[in-house]
Design a protein around this ligand. Structure first.
Ligand SMILES: Nc1ncnc2c1ncn2[C@@H]1O[C@H](COP(=O)(O)OP(=O)(O)OP(=O)(O)O)[C@@H](O)[C@H]1O
Ligand SMILES: [Mg+2]
Length: 267
C-alpha cells in the first residue's frame, strides 16, 4: 500500500462570516508532486496553513505521515518544510545567514548545522553566492534561497505556496528544476500551489482544483484534461470548474464529465 504523506478529512476554516475552506478532503501520496490549484481566494493558502499547523482554529482531521497534526503539532512541524506565499528571506542577511537562521529555528543539531546549510544551499544552486546579501539576489534566487531554508531541516514533506509567482520564465524553470532534482535525490513529497496551469501540467503528478473553499476536481493532469475534451488544456479544466453554473456533486472527475455533457447538449 502506498504511504500517505498528507491526509485531510473535512478540513474547514472560517474568518468571521467568510468560509475560506469548506470541507476539504485531500490525500497526497508519499513521494509524489501534488498540485493544489484554484483562482485567487479559492482557499489554497488557508488549506496549506491548516496542513502546516499554522492555523490553530481549523476544524477537521489533518495527518502528516500518519501523525495527527492537531494532537502532535511539534512532531508534525518537524516533518514539514514550508515556503510561504509572501517572501520571507531577509535581504540584510547573506544567503548563508538566512539558511543558518532556519537551521537554528528548526533545531538542526549544532554539530550538523554547517553541513546542513551547505547541503541546502548546494541543492538550490546558490553555493557561489552564499556570502552575498540576499538583498542583491534576483527574484528567482530569492525563491531558491527560501527553498533552501525549507530544506535545511531535512523535511519529509515540502510545502510550497506559489513558489514561482512573479518570476520570469527562466526563474520559474530554475525553481522547478531544483524541486525535481531534490525530489529525485531524496524522495521527498512535494505539495505545491500555483496559478500557472502549464507548470502544474508539466510538473505535478496529481492535482486538486479548488474553488470557493471546495475541491471541485481531482486527478492526474491527463485525466482532468480528458474529462473536459479531447484537445482540452488545463486552462480549459480551470475555466470549467470556476464556471459558476458548475454543479458540484461529490467526486470531482464525474462533475467535470457531467458538466461537459451538459454544455455539449446545450451547445
Ligand atoms: N487571515 C484572514 N482573515 C480574513 N480572511 C482571510 C484570511 N486569510 C484568508 N482569508 C480569506 O479567505 C479566502 C481564501 O483565501 P486564501 O488566501 O486561502 O486563498 P488562495 O486560494 O490562497 O488565494 P490566492 O490565489 O490569491 O493566494 C479569501 O476570501 C480570503 O480573503
Ligand atoms: Mg494563496
Amino acid at each position: 500500500m502506498t504511504e500517505v504523506a498528507v491526509r485531510c478529512r473535512g478540513l474547514r476554516q472560517s474568518f468571521g462570516e467568510q468560509v475560506a475552506v469548506d470541507g476539504v478532503d485531500l490525500d497526497v501520496r508519499a513521494g509524489e508532486v501534488f498540485g493544489l490549484l484554484g483562482p485567487n481566494g479559492a482557499g489554497k493558502t488557508t488549506t496549506i496553513r491548516a496542513i502546516t499547523t499554522l492555523l490553530p482554529t481549523a476544524a477537521g482531521v489533518v495527518e502528516i505521515f500518519g501523525v495527527d497534526a492537531a494532537r502532535h503539532k511539534l512532531a508534525t512541524r518537524r516533518l514539514i518544510g514550508y515556503v510561504p506565499q509572501q517572501l520571507s528571506a531577509d535581504g540584510s542577511l547573506t544567503g548563508w545567514e538566512n539558511v543558518a537562521l532556519f537551521a537554528r529555528l528548526f533545531d538542526v543539531p549544532r554539530a550538523q548545522r554547517r553541513s546542513a546549510v551547505r547541503t541546502a544551499l548546494g541543492a538550490v544552486g546558490l553555493t557561489t553566492v552564499a556570502e552575498r546579501l540576499a538583498g542583491t539576489y534576483s527574484g528567482g534566487m530569492v525563491r531558491r534561497l527560501e527553498l533552501a531554508q525549507a530544506l535545511v531541516s531535512g523535511p519529509k514533506l515540502l510545502v510550497l505556496d506559489e513558489p514561482t509567482i512573479g518570476l520570469d520564465p527562466i526563474g520559474r524553470e530554475g525553481v522547478w528544476d531544483r524541486i525535481a532534482q531534490i525530489r529525485a535525490e531524496t524522495g521527498m513529497t512535494v505539495l505545491v500551489t500555483t496559478h500557472y496551469m502549464d507548470e502544474a501540467d508539466q510538473h505535478c503528478e496529481r492535482l486538486a482544483l479548488m474553488h470557493r473553499g471546495r475541491i471541485r476536481a481531482r486527478g492526474t493532469p491527463a485525466e482532468l484534461k480528458a474529462a473536459v475534451g479531447p484537445d482540452a488544456t488545463l486552462d480549459d479544466v480551470f475555466r470549467t470548474i470556476t464556471d459558476d453554473t458548475f454543479e458540484e456533486t461529490g467526486e470531482g472527475m464525474r462533475d467535470v464529465r457531467a458538466t461537459r455533457r451538459t454544455s455539449g447538449r446545450l451547445g
